[in-house]
Design a protein around this ligand. Structure first.
Ligand code: NAD
Length: 350
């Protein structure tokens, strides 16, 4: 497999290097071959080429089988004009590769239960939710405008846009607990009424999947009241942005959570949900686990290598069971390790 590496800024290089270490160990164990090509994007690309996503970097990613991304951004580029912000690289990569489906698992690791902000009885059985967020449409991409006195943004979805994300979410629900919650605001928004009707029509093709609909305000409340009622959630770009952050926070382990952005084919982009953590960049302090678990998602969703994906997830579980922790998830009585040692331990566990 030909993998593009977008290391990015801040801790990006630190964590991607460990993800590569673990992928190499997995390739050696399961006998497949990986080659890598680096693509420069984010603040470092602004410094070097004057733009956050040079065409050459996008071309490298498009020509790859899949992309692993660290994180982009940092205070150094906070005051540059909006078209030149490092985050533009993310939007450019997603739209340039037509990645319309964002998968954000919210998993509570039993070893890190203490970090969950919810009461013990609410999460007694752990937590495993998959948020499927539409990524290239909706209000973030609609027509917008502003004058001295007012501003507007437009929320529009076409039927094909809804169909392709809903289809993905049914496919994902089928390999999980066969329970899909569609989140909208159909009591108010026209686009939500269309969304709901598409979900209902497509549900007939997946009779094994139990489908329910929730308004977004109720969904936000239910996520903290009784998160275990959810298995797979599908929703629009903006609702998904908000709900996936909420869902990840209730696991208490934001440094542990991976994500995937998928398109129609196998090409996907895999990255941790956290940012570039400039405060700890290059200090061997970053937790590489979210990026390592992103590699597991890559093997599962882009390459259909379930056994190899599971091997990485189990290796992470074993290292946590053995009591090793980076600073962000450290508790009394555990063994504190740095970024590189955490990568070494996971690779060895493979
Ligand atoms: P952040 O996630 O980078 O950091 C928040 C806090 O969590 C910091 O204290 C940081 O040290 C800690 N942290 C984050 N990841 C960690 C890890 N793997 N191990 C240990 N500690 C970790 O969020 P922020 O501070 O709001 O943003 C910093 C920069 O990252 C900003 O420029 C922002 O725009 C950018 N950002 C990028 C992405 C992305 O590339 N996908 C996402 C979010 C933020």
């Amino acid at each position: 497999m030909k993998i593009a590496l977008v290391k990015g800024d801040g801790i990006g290089p630190d964590i991607v290097n460990e993800a590569v270490k673990v992928l190499d160990a997995t390739a050696a164990k399961y006998n497949f071959e990986v080659t890598y090509e680096e693509a420069i994007a984010g603040g470092c690309a602004i410094d070097k080429f004057g733009e956050p996503l040079p065409q050459k970097s996008l071309d490298i990613c498009k020509a790859s089988d899949s992309v692993i991304l660290g994180a982009v951004g940092g205070p150094k580029w906070d005051n540059v004009e909006s078209n030149l912000r490092p985050e533009k690289a993310l939007l450019g990569l997603r739209s340039g590769m037509n990645l319309f489906c964002n998968l954000r698992p919210a998993i509570m690791y039993p070893q890190l239960k203490g970090a969950c902000p919810l009461k013990d009885e609410i999460v007694a059985n752990g937590l495993d939710i998959m948020v499927v967020r539409e990524l290239t449409g909706g209000i973030y991409f609609g027509k917008r405008g502003r004058d001295d006195n007012s501003a507007y943004d437009t929320l529009e979805y076409s039927i094909p846009e809804i169909e392709r994300i809903v289809k993905k979410s049914f496919e994902i629900a089928m390999v999980r607990d066969k329970k899909l919650t569609s989140v909208d605001k159909a009591n108010i928004l026209n686009s939500s009424q269309l969304w709901r009707s598409v979900v209902e029509r497509m549900a007939k093709d997946y009779p094994e999947v139990t489908v329910n609909h929730l308004y977004v305000d109720n969904a936000a409340m239910q996520l903290v009241r009784d998160p275990n009622q959810f298995d797979t959630i599908v929703t629009t770009n903006m609702f998904g942005d908000i709900l996936s952050d909420e869902a990840s926070q209730i696991t208490g382990s934001i440094g542990m959570l991976p994500s995937a952005s998928l398109g129609k084919g196998t090409l996907g982009m895999y990255e941790p949900i956290h940012g570039s953590a400039p405060d700890i960049a290059g200090m061997d302090l970053a937790n590489p686990i979210a990026t390592v678990l992103s590699v597991a998602m890559m093997l599962r969703y882009s390459f259909k290598m379930e056994k190899e994906a599971k091997a990485i997830e189990n290796a992470v579980g074993k290292v946590l069971d053995d009591g090793f922790r980076t600073g962000d998830i450290f508790e009394e009585g555990m063994k504190k390790v740095g970024t590189k040692e955490m990568g070494d331990l996971i690779a060895a566990a493979i």
